[in-house]
Ligand binder design. Structure first.
Ligand code: F6P
Length: 571
């Protein structure tokens, strides 16, 4: 039995907890050195386990009082009721009047769930079975192109959630990819993208997956047409098909499949609906990597690994659904983000994976978090009452260290940062020779890598005082430049290895962090109206760019002048 979600969001700023947090913040003098000295158990008390993730929150700028007030805030805004409403399939995406059920995509099939009179679990299991059967056919070589050759390259054509999740996960799980198979991703409507990704491909061994929830996205459909045209031209040039209607439709049947919620539009494009995989309007694009949108990944890593990926999501869902709030990692991390955004004037949040395979994770999180929580109105249409969505950004360590960490260590802005690492690398290498100094012969390079993770979070937390700098014999005029203030907050996340399950856990963790923040702010984290205006204007402007004088004259002076200049330069 779940409680009804609140139709009108609680204004968090009117709660007693908000008042306490305001007061606590006004009186807080961050002192991680002092807090650790006074409480030897701080690291232990602030560290939690969520599925396989070991999460150390102790280097955050919070005291027990602050954490208690944050948890009281969660209570006062009705977080638990809204979480339960999401899991139960209530229409918490109110502006689109939809359920929000990405959690159903990874629910074990023996746990039925009926939503809007539909057996959601059965639907998910059926579609997943289709995706797995297709994946097996491609992997085994049973699926062949027009010349009978098996598939060697899959090109996923999609954008936003139909690209960022699959590409991030493909890169992260590269060691699990079947030998001889490669997946490429085309997303940008810049024709360079499709041109570069197809340049060296053999059309007879290439399979395109057109992934689009709506199957109406300009970029994806344009790229799909370009890819189809490339396929036809190159197959004809190779003598693999006749240059005829029949030859072309045979090529599409054997070299194109689709993933969409709009199967009628898939058919209109010329793809046989039998070669299409569906999902549902209750899966948001940025929450869809674990739906059929992940078909390219399922082919690459295989059904067993994909099932592990889903199991990882589910393990984190269960943690979020059942762990007490004061041990609930997504809840705590979401509340910490609220603390920094609304009480400590942080505007951005860095995500710094110490795992090269997670190099696209920050980009993935940008859509997840910023398309979800970059809102100025609440779910009842009234203005938000406080700051919302931070700018998420990041690069893998240690590359970031040699680029922007200067600002995190010594800049004037507070940048909470999540450090993410795995204990066991996919490619354990030893430095056979060493450098004759700090790096000994035989040194485990991953150990050196993680020494950087631990060093950075330590330096950010505890800094270096002027006296410590002076004690090193630094000239007085350089002392201030070499001081590190410390008290720069970080969260450390450690996992045993980057398995499919761990990746699923990480993604679900951030999905739920995003949800928690959205609930506190009273916003609908599942719509994205802010992307619509630019899309519409692009369609209106396209004729002006193509030479229509009336369309050009209809533009504002700046836009008209830019288009005119573009046309001159292009000519
Ligand atoms: O424009 C934003 C957006 O709607 C995202 O929310 C979505 O992930 C992306 O476009 C792609 O949409 P589709 O999968 O329908 O092509």
């Amino acid at each position: 039995m779940t409680s009804e979600p609140a139709r009108v969001p609680v204004d968090a700023t009117t709660t007693p907890a908000w008042g306490s947090l305001t007061e606590l913040s006004a009186n807080l003098v961050p002192d991680l050195r002092g807090w650790f000295a006074a409480d030897p158990d701080r690291a232990g008390r602030f560290t939690h386990q969520a599925a396989d993730l070991h999460v150390d929150l102790s280097k955050n700028l919070v005291t027990d009082e602050v954490l208690a007030a944050l948890l009281a805030l969660a209570d006062e805004v009705g977080l638990v009721a809204r979480r339960d409403a999401m899991f139960a399939g209530e229409h918490i995406n109110v502006t689109e009047d939809r359920a929000v059920l990405h959690t159903a995509l990874r629910r074990p099939s023996d746990q039925p769930l009926t939503v809007d009179d539909q057996d959601v679990s059965a639907d998910v299991a059926d579609e997943l079975a289709k995706v797995y059967a297709f994946a097996e056919k491609v992997r085994s070589g049973e699926w062949t192109g027009v010349t009978g050759e098996p598939v060697r390259t899959i090109v996923n054509i999609g954008i936003g959630g139909s690209d960022l999740g699959p590409v991030m996960a493909y890169e992260a799980l590269e060691p699990y990819v079947q030998d001889g198979l490669e997946v490429r991703f085309v997303s940008n409507i810049d024709p360079t993208d499709v041109a570069q990704k197809t340049a060296d491909l053999d059309p007879t061994t290439t399979l395109f997956i057109v992934a689009s929830k709506t199957f109406g996205t300009l970029e994806t459909l344009t790229n799909a047409r370009l890819a189809r045209d490339w396929l036809w031209r190159s197959l004809v040039a190779a003598g693999a098909i006749e240059d005829s209607e029949e030859g072309r439709s045979d090529a599409v049947a054997k070299h194109f499949v689709a993933v969409s919620t709009a199967l009628d539009k898939v058919a209109a494009f010329g793809i046989d609906p039998a070669n299409a995989f569906g999902f549902w309007d209750w899966v948001g694009g940025r929450y869809s990597v674990d739906s059929a949108i992940g078909t390219s990944l399922a082919v690459a890593i295989g059904p067993d690994a994909f099932a592990d990926f889903l199991a990882g999501f589910h393990a984190m869902d269960e943690h979020f659904r059942t762990a007490p709030l004061d041990e609930n990692v997504p809840v705590l991390m979401g509340l910490l983000n609220v603390w920094y955004t609304n009480f400590r004037d942080a505007h951005t949040h860095a995500v710094l994976p110490y795992a090269q395979q997670l190099h696209r994770f920050p980009a993935y999180l940008q859509q997840l978090t910023m398309e979800s929580n970059g809102k100025s109105v609440r779910w009842d249409g009234t203005p938000v009452t406080t700051g919302t969505g931070e700018v998420f950004w990041g690069e893998p360590g240690t590359n970031g260290q040699h680029a922007f960490y200067q600002l995190i260590h010594q800049g004037t802005r507070l940048i909470p940062a999540d450090f993410i690492a795995v204990a066991n690398p996919a490619y354990p290498l030893a430095d056979a020779v060493g450098d004759g100094g700090a790096v000994e012969a035989g040194a485990d390079v991953h150990g050196l890598f993680l020494a950087n993770f631990f060093a950075q979070t330590k330096a950010l937390a505890f800094g270096k005082t002027a006296d410590e700098v002076r004690a090193e014999g630094v000239a007085e005029e350089l002392v201030s430049a070499k001081v590190f203030s410390g008290n720069r907050p970080t969260t450390s996340i450690l996992a045993p290895a980057l398995t499919p399950s761990v990746l699923g856990q990480l993604v679900a963790l951030y999905e739920h962090i995003t949800f928690v923040q959205g609930v506190v702010w009273g916003i609908d984290s599942f719509d994205q109206w802010g992307v619509e205006l630019g899309k519409k204007l692009a369609l209106e402007i396209a004729p002006a760019v193509a030479g229509d004088e009336a369309a050009l004259a209809a533009q504002d002076p700046s836009t008209a002048a830019l288009i005119a200049r573009y046309r001159e330069l292009r000519a």
